[in-house]
Design a protein around this ligand. Structure first.
Ligand code: 3PG
Length: 420
């Protein structure tokens, strides 16, 4: 049994005696892709390898989601299997099925030490919906797969905020241990929380605007953000709400996002810092202008004056948390905002936390990874955890620990056998 800080109890891999058992491992290998659909980094794949190495003598079935429907990153897990095989130095077999007969047959044939990766969980529509645990258990993914396993390892910390069937359903039926990544994240965050002091500053960017807006509310309400420095598409939503940005944001729920940003601005006017200048592309080059002169150009990064303003706030903060790039940093010439803010954080005296796959990769690229107090591949999940929200994954783990202690799974395994 492990203590993850904040009084969270959860089972470890050792508690479920993994040797020779058939285990389902829910990881988060969701990775950004380039315009050809190729994975552009491997951080989350390397993280799951740590847990898999410790399950060396089990029959392991690994699963993860990848991307969102309608986006370029909504692809199969085939490349992940190859990348993971290279990282582990051992074969990871891929099957293009999630819970159909082919997957179930192959699972039943696995030998000790073998690893099978299922296809993208979100190819099943159920996996894009949020459920109460008692309903998640009735989804096809859970009904069809659970009886193939002796136990479940929940290691998808970056998906901890989603009540999807693979996160909250399986722990209802299978003894569920936290994987090594979950244990590491909870330990590090608990250490950070012991030393963190105000003023608290959140530097928020990236493209998941509605997630960011939800996170901002949670951070402010829980007194974890005295200042919010805005970058990425979230900044543009706030600028639009303030009548200062004319182009479209290019997101499906733009009106809702702008309305929400307007409400936040009027409720907490002193909290938000918005860009005063922005960068756009002109004949293939970066060009900066004050926000008032942007006209209809599409902003791709924050500008130099904004970086200077944000630097003052970051350097006078006790704790700084950054999630999501400040601009389109993967595009040549538009990484300046993101790189500058990360470098300022790395050399500031406050406690620093950087979250999300893009920023973790950028830190490695600039060689300043070790200068940040806590770097996490989780984005939205970590923000909500820091804001003090109860996350579905964490609740599933602690409920499983209580059920395990009270022998509740013994009766269940009979039910599962009856189902199969
Ligand atoms: C993430 O990258 O934040 C997680 O993988 C969750 O992805 P989602 O925001 O598409 O649910």
């Amino acid at each position: 049994m492990a203590q993850g800080g904040n009084g969270i109890d959860f089972l470890t891999i050792e508690d479920i005696s993994p040797e020779s058992k058939t285990l389902l491992v829910r990881a988060d290998m969701n990775t950004p892709v380039d315009k050809h659909g190729r994975l552009i980094e491997r951080m989350r794949i390397e993280e799951v390898a740590v847990t898999l190495r410790d399950l060396g003598r089990s029959k392991v079935v690994l699963c993860s989601h990848q991307g969102r429907v309608g986006r370029d990153d909504y692809i199969s897990m085939e490349q992940h299997a190859k990348a993971l095989s290279e990282t582990l130095g051992k074969r990871v077999e891929f099957i293009d099925d999630v819970h159909g007969p082919a997957a179930r047959r192959r699972i039943s044939e696995l030998n000790d030490g073998e690893i099978l990766l299922l296809d993208n969980l979100r190819f099943c529509a159920e996996e894009a919906q949020e459920y109460r645990p008692e309903d998640a258990v009735k989804t096809q993914i859970v009904l069809k797969l659970a009886s193939s396993f002796d136990g479940f390892v929940l290691d998808a910390f970056p998906t901890a905020h989603r009540a999807h069937p693979s996160i909250v359903g399986f722990p209802q039926l299978l003894p569920t241990a936290g994987g090594r990544l979950v244990a590491k994240e909870l330990k590090s965050v608990s250490r950070i929380q012991q030393v963190a002091k105000g003023p608290y500053t959140a530097v928020l960017g990236g493209s998941k605007v509605s997630d960011r807006l939800e996170a901002i509310t949670a951070l402010i309400e829980n007194k974890k953000a005295d200042k919010v420095l805005l970058g990425g598409l979230a900044a543009l939503a706030f600028l639009k709400a303030a009548g200062k940005y004319r182009s479209e944001l290019g997101i499906a729920d733009q009106d809702k996002a702008v309305q929400k940003a307007a409400a936040l601005l009027s409720e907490y006017p002193e909290v938000f810092e918005m860009p005063v200048d922005l960068a756009y592309e002109h004949e293939g080059e970066r060009r900066e202008v004050d926000v008032a002169d942007l006209d209809h150009h599409k902003a791709l990064d924050i500008g130099t004056k904004t970086i200077q303003n944000y630097e003052k706030v970051i350097r006078s903060s006790g704790t700084v948390f950054m999630s999501g790039p400040a601009g389109a940093f993967e595009k040549e010439g538009f990484g300046k905002g993101t790189e500058s803010l990360l470098r300022i954080m790395a050399t500031s005296y406050g406690t620093t936390i950087v979250s999300g796959g893009h920023l973790s990769t950028a830190l490695k690229l600039f060689n300043i990874h070790s200068w940040i107090d806590h770097v996490s591949s989780a984005g939205g999940a970590l923000i909500l955890y820091l804001a003090g929200k109860q996350l579905p994954l964490i609740k599933a783990l602690s409920d499983s620990a209580s059920r395990f202690r009270s022998g509740g799974y013994t009766k269940m395994s009979d039910n599962l056998k009856a189902q199969s």
